[in-house]
Design a binder for this molecule. Structure first.
Ligand code: GUN
Ligand code: ZN
Length: 666
């Protein structure tokens, strides 16, 4: 029976309101949210429309700026006799003159700012339904960053209870369930866990407006990431009241999908123009440093004296905001969002505090960190040293790398990459004399030279002069490597040819550097011991005639792995998959699919979310994985598009891009 039919018989509401992933980089993602009035591609901004005072009409915004959806306030509509009547009679979309997706807020903020208002949580849900809101919001209780723990906790419990009630009564309307918890990360986590159990469609992070007004970006980042860690990954995360383009890239990097703000209008009223690096008063501008339609056709002076100044400034502000989202989306496609956010956060010292908070949540970020990216790692600042890509590499070398037998360890200084080419001569000289194991003093950590073509080692651009803090940290990491016993014999830093003086005599034959590379990369990519089992047999390596680099790995005549030129990792071949399947117990390296899926996966079709039984919790996006049935029969091999949690939570989208399907006879 088809899923839809089953749902009908069970009397369940068919979920057409769904969020589908299109692309991602870490926690940042591009998604599509379906609503009753059309799709919203995220990340995006929902401009706030005040129905009492429409500065730019939503249809104008759509035509001129390309906005997709708006947000308005159901409490404000309900309070005005005139607006309420039109909304109830002709609908919300008629009232604001927009036939696209409309989200409504509940009046929480008004209640919070203006004190007690007469409003029952279910009344406002019923009202939002009655006027035809696409996405309604529960009436949460707003916590201030200065509120004490007890108050925040009791407000949170009430918010959860109200959201539960609201979800039970949401009908066909999508529901936003706000995450409160004030300045307490553990309460944000608790809120996320509890709210994820409730049938909401969107999770906004609430209570952050005062944090932005007071530029408490560390607290803000801490709140967002603490919540994000425990929110249902298949639901979009909204940041209530976040509307400055300066903040968008960092917010998206932390997993923010949707944003709303009235800042574009408020700032325009105050004569202020938004830019991706801050805000400027029009009165102080001699030039308009922007290429939007408004700024390209007016001088600063003309704009100052235009009778339509307010509207023009609002349009400029919207243009800059939406242009920033296009920049962010392109950065996600390219794998460049970290660089973008690090650059944007230098616009204001307080934003740097937000960036610095990411280090605290490194484990969480690393779980979503892709195996590799298409573009190189660019060091922009000392914060770049704390990206999850760096900690991942260090951790994997410490845990998975097995140094070959040696009687000397030599570490070369940072140099042109790949290091093994730069230092080919001294390596050859040293290996003729002794059993030397080679390292490079890379930014990330001491790097075994067998790994030097692997992302991000060769694919990184690092300045020659590093900040004192980073140099100190690098020394600490070297100590950590020494203490972990990574150097099995005497350790020397390469200072020139004299480093080779007094080397202990050679006792082993000349090592096959290429085979050592295959083993080391396989261990780092698939897990400790993978290299040994994969290479157990007669090994033949096909090497590129152009550049001498490893292309294919054959064992006992069977092609098991191909090394990718771009990132230096392996593409798994069916025969390689078979070996790993035997060597690693379930669920390691596996995506386990149900029988409906297996039937198609053996034919080479992709694995879709919703057909999954389980997966290795260690899988990261872009990992090579083995697709198996519940009884651990090999179906296919391919590339994971997401983490296990995402594969299990999403109902739509590709979980594994299958490269080769494998029937029983293989
Ligand atoms: N608008 C700005 N902040 C909030 C919030 O915390 N909750 C709701 N419902 N709306 C908001
Ligand atoms: Zn402009």
């Amino acid at each position: 029976m088809k899923k839809e039919d089953e749902a009908l018989i069970l009397g369940q509401h068919i979920q057409s309101n769904m969020f589908e992933l299109k692309d991602k980089d870490g926690l940042a993602r591009i998604g599509v949210l379906e609503t009753a009035h059309g799709k919203i591609e995220t990340p995006t901004l929902l401009p706030v429309i005040n129905p009492n005072q429409i500065m730019v009409s939503p249809s104008d915004m759509r035509e001129k700026i390309g906005i997709q959806a708006i947000i308005t306030n159901s409490y404000i509509i309900r309070k005005s006799d005139k607006l309420r009547e039109i909304a109830l009679e002709k609908g919300l979309h008629h009232l604001v003159g927009f036939d696209g997706p409309i989200m409504t807020d509940s009046g929480t903020f008004q209640a919070h700012v203006y004190g007690k208002i007469k409003l029952e949580p279910l009344e406002i849900i019923e009202f939002q339904k009655a006027i035809g809101s696409d996405i309604g919001t529960a009436l949460d209780l707003f916590s201030e960053p200065d509120d004490g723990r007890e108050k925040v906790e009791s407000d949170l419990m009430e918010t959860i209870a109200r959201t539960k009630m609201s979800a039970e009564n949401k009908g066909n309307m999508m529901l936003a369930g706000p995450i409160q918890g004030g300045r307490f990360p553990d309460l944000r986590e608790y809120a996320a866990k509890e709210m994820s159990k409730i049938d909401c469609d969107i999770y906004p992070i609430g209570g952050i407006v005062p944090m932005m007004e007071r530029q408490m970006y560390f607290t803000l980042a801490d709140a967002v990431l603490s919540a994000k860690a425990y929110l249902d990954p298949s639901k979009p995360v909204h940041l209530f009241g976040a509307g400055h383009p300066m903040l968008f890239s960092l917010a998206v990097l932390m997993g923010g999908d949707m944003f709303d703000s009235s800042a574009y209008a408020k700032f325009a009223r105050e004569g202020r123009m938004m830019f991706s690096d801050g805000t400027r008063f029009l009165s102080e501008l001699r030039e308009l440093p922007c290429h939007c339609q408004i700024c390209s056709t007016h001088t600063a002076d003309e704009l100052r004296h235009s009778p339509a100044k307010e509207k023009l400034l609002a349009l400029h502000n919207l243009h800059v905001s939406f242009s920033e989202f296009r920049t962010i989306k392109q950065a996600i496609h390219e794998g460049r969002l970290w660089e973008l956010a690090e650059t944007r956060c230098r616009a204001h010292p307080t934003l740097l505090d937000g960036l610095k908070c990411l280090k605290k949540h490194n484990d969480q970020l690393e779980r979503h960190e892709p195996l590799s990216r298409n573009l190189a790692y660019l060091y922009t600042s000392q914060e770049s040293y704390h990206r999850p890509v760096v900690t991942r590499l260090r951790k994997r070398i410490l845990e998975r790398y097995e140094p070959p037998a040696s009687n000397m360890e030599i570490m070369f200084p940072e140099a042109t990459k790949p290091y093994s080419r730069t230092f080919a001569e001294p390596m050859k000289m040293a290996l003729e004399k002794a059993d030397v194991n080679f390292w490079a003093d890379s930014l990330f950590c001491p790097v075994p030279l067998e790994l030097d073509e692997m992302y991000p080692i060769s694919q990184s651009v690092v300045p020659e002069f590093l900040e004192p803090d980073v140099l100190r940290e690098k020394e600490n990491v070297l100590e950590q490597f020494k203490e972990a016993g990574m150097f099995k014999s005497e350790f020397r830093k390469w200072t020139g040819i004299e480093t080779l003086e007094g080397l202990p005599a050679k006792s082993n034959p000349m090592p096959d550097k290429n085979q050592q590379r295959v083993k080391a990369v396989a261990d780092l990519q698939f897990g400790k011991g993978a290299g040994a089992v994969l290479l157990d047999g007669k090994v033949e390596l096909v090497v590129s005639k152009n550049n001498d680099r490893i292309r294919n790995v054959l064992v006992d005549g069977k092609h098991i792995l191909s090394m990718r030129a771009g990132d230096g990792f392996f593409t798994l071949k069916p025969e390689g998959g078979r070996i790993l399947l035997k060597a690693f117990p379930s669920p390691l390296l596996r995506v386990i699919v149900n029988a409906d899926s297996a039937e198609f996966n053996v034919l080479g079709r992709n694995v879709f979310c919703g057909f999954m039984i389980d997966a290795d919790p260690g899988i990261v996006p872009r990992d090579e994985v083995i697709v198996v049935t519940e009884s651990d029969e090999l179906c296919a091999i391919g590339q994971a598009m997401m983490t296990r949690e995402e594969m299990l939570a999403f109902k739509k989208g590709i979980a594994v891009k299958v490269r080769d399907g494998i029937g029983k006879q293989g």
